[in-house]
Design a binder for this molecule. Structure first.
Ligand SMILES: [Zn+2]
Ligand SMILES: [Zn+2]
Length: 117
C-alpha cells in the first residue's frame, strides 16, 4: 500500500500537501478535503448518502491539528470544530485532484462518497 513520506498542512495557501512513497505529490485545498469527509456525521451510515452540504463548510476552513491513526490514516481537527473524519491513505490517494489522477473528484450529495465501503 502506498504511504505518505510527508504530510504538511500549509495555512499560507490553505492546502494539504502530501508526498507519497512513489514520489507522487498531492495537494488538496482544505475545503475540498473537508467536503469529502466520509465520517458518520457527514455521510448517512445506512444509505451511504452524503448529508454534509458543502455550502455549510466555511470557505476559510483550515486544519488546526492533525494526528496519525495507526499507520494507515490521518485525522484532522478542522477550524469548524469537526474532528471525526478519518482519511485513509487509500482514500486520500483517490481524492488526489491533480491532472494525472483525473482532476478534482466531484462533490455530489446524491452519490456515495469515495472509499467509505
Ligand atoms: Zn465528517
Ligand atoms: Zn495525483
Amino acid at each position: 500500500m502506498e504511504t505518505p513520506t510527508d504530510i504538511k498542512a500549509r495555512t499560507s495557501d490553505c492546502t494539504l500537501r502530501v508526498t507519497w512513497q512513489s514520489g507522487h505529490d498531492s495537494s488538496y485545498a482544505f475545503k475540498y478535503l473537508r467536503c469529502h469527509c466520509g465520517c458518520a456525521n457527514c455521510v448517512d451510515e445506512s444509505t451511504g448518502i452524503r448529508t454534509l452540504n458543502p455550502d455549510d463548510v466555511p470557505g476559510a476552513i483550515s486544519i488546526e491539528n492533525m494526528s496519525l491513526v495507526g499507520n494507515y490514516a490521518v485525522q484532522f481537527r478542522w477550524s469548524d470544530g469537526h474532528t471525526t473524519g478519518i482519511y485513509s491513505w487509500d482514500y486520500l490517494l483517490r481524492l488526489c485532484p491533480c491532472d494525472e489522477c483525473g482532476g478534482p473528484k466531484p462533490f455530489d450529495r446524491r452519490l456515495s462518497p469515495l472509499g467509505t465501503k
